[in-house]
Unconditional design. Sequence first.
Length: 468
Amino acid sequence: MISFASKTNDPNARLGWNDRIGYGMGNFGMAWVNGMMSAFLMKYLTDVSLVDAGVVSFIIAVSKLFDGVSDLIMGRIVDKTHAKMGKARVWLIRMCIPLALSTILLFSVPASMTGTVKYVYVFLIYNLVNAVFYTAMFVPYNSLISLSTTDGYEHGMLGNISMIFQTIANICMNTFFMTMIVKFSGADEPYMTQAQKGWTMAAAVVGIIIVLSALICICGTKERTAVQVENGEKPKDDVSAGKALKSLFTNRYWLSMIFAMFVIFFIIVMYSAGASFYCSDVLGDYKLYTPVNNALSIAQFATMFFTPFFMKKFGKHMTYMVGLAGMGLGFLGTGFAGTNVALLVFFNALKGIGLGAAGGMAFGMVADTLEYGEWKDGFKTVGMGNAAISAAQKLGLGIGQVVLGLVLDIGGYDGTAAVQSGSAKAAISFIYNWLPVGMIVVTFLIMLTYKLDKELPKIQKELDERHT
């Protein structure tokens, strides 16, 4: 296979931009799936497929049982994989086409389906996308940070690059996705029931993006730190599942990041899916979704070009904490802005600056916690460690969608109504503005106990001595 990754096999070496861009492209395709699921799935199912919001929330809630199990299974599979391509990239090439096809099916609920048959279809396809194929790509993809390098700076850089490409994908989706739906369907608005053809065609475009992005990632990365099988001997990192789980759940820094990841992705649902409801039902114009959410995404994108400099000077943890504070102030601002579009754009940009700083550091911090785990226990649980992080993210997205649906249902949201009631608008404002503020405050307090940045140089020096 063609490779444009750096030729070095030294896990301590600094990576080239070809490696960094190759890694980032892997998240570009998956971010489209993430974005569609968090921003548009609820709106599509309630307004186009006419599924009750409460039922959608129940389906997603039940699906979380499968999701957590599938993440741990995939993490174990990654740890046990010793293919010629390594532990992770082999799964990207195997799963990219199934993920693309199942995503198209999720946004193509047949109009002929009604009642129980429709709910069963949504349940099955949602779980194929989220619990099976997305998991089978996302867990190996996250593992690539630890498998590509042991350098702490590069952990942060790869995590930041990954978030840059995720943000580029979000900007593209905010700008073009609804436009594609309207153009392909010929409908006046993307949320009309006759827009189904447009949703299917737009999802097909996303499917192509998923496959191409995965192939570029595979060609642009190299796994340098995985323990290889030699002379039929059992690899040193091939430990039992119980031992791996014990190592993770006695790793206080990893546990902090588990919670932090959950909160960030819970909040993503609140501002992305919440924005589609806020713009169409509170502001009265769905077209405002693009400038309002792009203010966040563009600010996030710009910020992440500067975060490596802050990371180098102040460390990953301090950069992360400043980002959390910025996000909190941004949500407070949009809460008080009401229907003032200019203020909404300004405070969404502030959210983006905060998310750029915090999100850009998060994945690198997770990789650091796995270095700490190896120092503490003598082995690195790359697959299982990233699987649980993936589970926390998807749990955040899933519970976020459940809470979104339940709050809308309690508020009396009606997908067929031309104008929503006052209680429905209040419910939308709560999920879009106020709930995220409380979640951020709790996360900030927990992350005050994170001290790994100061301990990591000593830990990595001792690990290098062990390896030699």
